[in-house]
Design a binder for this molecule. Sequence first.
Ligand code: SF4
Ligand code: SF4
Ligand code: SF4
Length: 633
Amino acid sequence: MQFDPFVIPFNLGLYFILIYVVVRSVIWFRELSRQDKLRLQRGFFGSAFALSIKEIFLESLIHRKILKTNFRLGYMHMSLAFGWFLLIFFGTLEADIFGAKHLNAPYKAIFFRFFNPEHGRMGFEAAYGFLMDLILAFVLSGLLLAVSKRFFSRVVGMKKTTKLRLTDKIALTSLWLIFPSRLLAESFTCGAAGTGSFLTGSLGSVLASFLPAQQFAYPFWWLYSLSLGTFFILLPVTRYMHIPAELFLIFMRNSGIRTGNKAGAYTEVQAFSCSSCGICIDACQLNFSAGINTIQPAYMMKAIRNDEDVSDIAFNCLMCGRCDQKCPVGIELSPIRMIQRRGAEGENDYRNTYRGYFRKRESVAAEKSPVTQNYDFLKKTDPEKVDVVFFAGCMTHLTPAIKNSMLKILDASGVSYSFIDEHGGVCCGRPLMLAGQDKEARELINFNSEMIWKSGAHTLVTSCPICYKVFKESYYLDVEVLHHTQFIKMLIDEGDIKLKFLRKKVAYHSPCDLGRGSGVYDEPKEVLRHVTRLQETKFSDADSLCCGGSLGNMKISSGDKHKIARDAASLLTKDNPDILATACPLCKKTFSSASETKVADISEIVAEALSLNEVKKNSNKKSHIIKHVVNIS
Ligand code: SF4
Ligand code: SF4
Ligand code: SF4
């Protein structure tokens, strides 16, 4: 017996999904820019290929990253993905070794037991049957966890799982039916034939003892085939598209393709690669401190895939980057959110067609803002020639203690510097970028660039991490950009400032844009260790908490921001430090109104540790410190 009608649903589904994935990949490839196409081609024939295979094995099958952060959730994903892969792999070998002939159609491997009910009584055949039962048990253990997770998410250590649409529910039900129906179909067949191993054999003989096994087997073979076929056909319009999309994403990423500023094939692939695992929901402070749990990347990706309006979601985010760090698929979540913010202004976009099975690129002409921005009021100045330029930025101007501390440190160091925005400067441009107004931001960037360029400085120091990031990434300046913590560390290392030890216990809060955003983790802590007793917190480096004061969120209330700040401050000051130190004027302001503990910027702590004699000895003609005494005690 080589064929039975029940295999038709499986065959239809399988050939549909294979053709669909090939067509889809070709469309994605064609929509890449010329450079990205070249990158992908080079990657395919270069070392990126081997790297991608390794990553596919470790991440798409084993789910190593999830295993490391949440073992039960990782095991659930691994047993389903890796277990299913093993069933297919060893099933194909089984059909090839023990089947009537070699090189069989795929359905022979999937329904091997139906076509070979007598197989596996003894010897190697029995050992192989044991292996196949073992793999099936492995998959079923993961399925048990997955079903429990849907109803009691805490079973796998999750606080929240994502909500499902109707098609997702149907696909999920068919996925859940695949493995139990295989177990029952095989068990009834084995029960009738007296074969099978520890799982199918034992269950089969129990069932056959009180049921007509032969008659019961056939409907379950149909159910097995129907579940597979339904799952494959619905795969492209559900989150399960992440299975093939992630493979494509890994190749693209390892070939050097990055998100960029506009929607395109790469952002599409990323949106489809999201498995809705929900890890980003648990990581988000909007969720666990303010109870806002509908805007996290899991929902944004779902909305993009389903062609829903994402403008509310896009703007309701602190842009803190905690989710970027945690996403096990490595999707560039914040850059995608920025694209969506710009998209709200009108830009190239993709629209679903044919009920979501296909998407087509739509060129929407950028809508002109009804208000024309005019920056003619900005006064051009002729800055003095110096080595170092200090750019305070608007938040530092609003936090005079930081500004004064920086001037005290600069005076004490004896470097030739100018305070370039001393008399109220221009914003670095980031808030406009966060609002998706890149053109307006560019005007400010040009203005600041000209001023800095005219000063002839080789170093630009900022006391705001946001300015630091923007100057580094969005300006084209021929100067070294340093955050003040890096600059102070350099002054200490080169012996340009002498500091006394303050004997205070300090907990450090790493600002999002300085740490996760720009990778500056060590220098602030080294400076603090130099002058204080630094306490470790549970939320250090990439796991740092957002202060909640972010300029990135244009939707939440000040009450919700305060909740986030209070929560973060209390977690960071759990060990009762004397000072909660930060390295950002905005974080300082936010925490100051939410913490019982004294909050200070690192520059203030360093300024306090400077001896006044040192300052007087080194200060140049424009000594600012005498006017502003800094005291953090
Ligand atoms: S964005 Fe990443 S972390 Fe969030 S649900 Fe998707 S895959 Fe999981
Ligand atoms: S960037 Fe921060 S606030 Fe925004 S979704 Fe991610 S974790 Fe939440
Ligand atoms: S980044 Fe923020 S603090 Fe810095 S200048 Fe711009 S708006 Fe002001």
